[in-house]
Design a protein around this ligand. Structure first.
Ligand code: FAD
Length: 193
């Protein structure tokens, strides 16, 4: 593993790969002992790089979003724990009518990284005068953690960018499978508030 650790550090950054980091500092549940190796991905690019590196080096990994749902023991976890803190939200295509007060948005496409918190996404939607998402998940959950469980969020989703076995590609929501896919980002269609 030492050689693999060197390669992992060379790919992800010497100081970014921590050894023995307590997972409890990174979970909403405040549970979890030491991770053998721990890495925080702060963007889609870093998330993909960490997944691809683990895949190429054949090192098992465990991905956490906000850690509201995961129960990790005080013994911690072997191999690599990746914490997803990708945060980008982008406004895509918009549908609306031009009136005397300018463009009135009726509907918009929003692309959000899988590490975006649902509470943060709602804050963004409020700012854009779009309808907030009132799903079943906690506002502390990430989009990536919630999409597998929350039918309201899934219903608003048009396209999901996923990673599987070294490849990133787009799928329709009905194709999403927990056993296969890591969620990288999602494109949602949201109506005006
Ligand atoms: C106060 C509170 C209220 C809640 N209420 C509800 C409720 O009413 N209904 C409900 O269903 N849940 C509820 N939950 C649970 C929680 O909101 C969901 O389980 C949430 O979807 C988990 O998101 P997370 O980011 O915390 O995921 P995590 O706990 O970090 O991870 C959960 C699982 O998803 C996997 N995962 C995380 N990110 C990704 C990704 N990008 N791609 C692939 N897999 C990933 C992890 O590996 C893990 O297996 C609640 C939680 C809290 C704290």
């Amino acid at each position: 593993m030492d050689n693999k650790l060197d390669l992992l550090k060379a790919a992800l950054g010497e100081v970014r790969v921590k050894e023995g980091e307590l997972i409890k500092y990174h979970t909403y549940s405040k549970l979890g002992g030491p991770a053998q190796y721990f890495y925080i991905a702060t963007s889609q690019k870093e998330l993909l790089l960490s997944l691809n590196t683990c895949y190429e080096l054949k090192i098992p990994y465990f991905l956490i979003g906000s850690g509201t749902k995961v129960m990790i023991s005080e013994k911690g976890l072997q191999n690599v724990v990746i914490k997803n803190r990708s945060t980008q939200i982008k406004l895509g295509a918009i549908k609306g009518k031009v009136g005397k007060d300018g463009l009135g948005i009726e509907e918009a496409q929003i692309e959000a990284d899988s590490g975006v918190l649902l509470g943060r996404l709602n804050e963004y939607l409020r700012g854009q005068k779009l309808k907030e998402i009132e799903g079943f998940s906690s506002v502390h959950s990430t989009i990536g953690g919630a999409l597998f469980l929350d039918p309201v969020l899934l219903d608003l989703t048009e396209i999901i960018k996923v990673w599987q076995d070294g490849e990133a590609f787009e799928i329709k929501p009905f194709e999403l499978q927990k056993s296969k896919h890591v969620i990288i980002s999602a494109i949602l269609r949201v109506k005006a508030a």
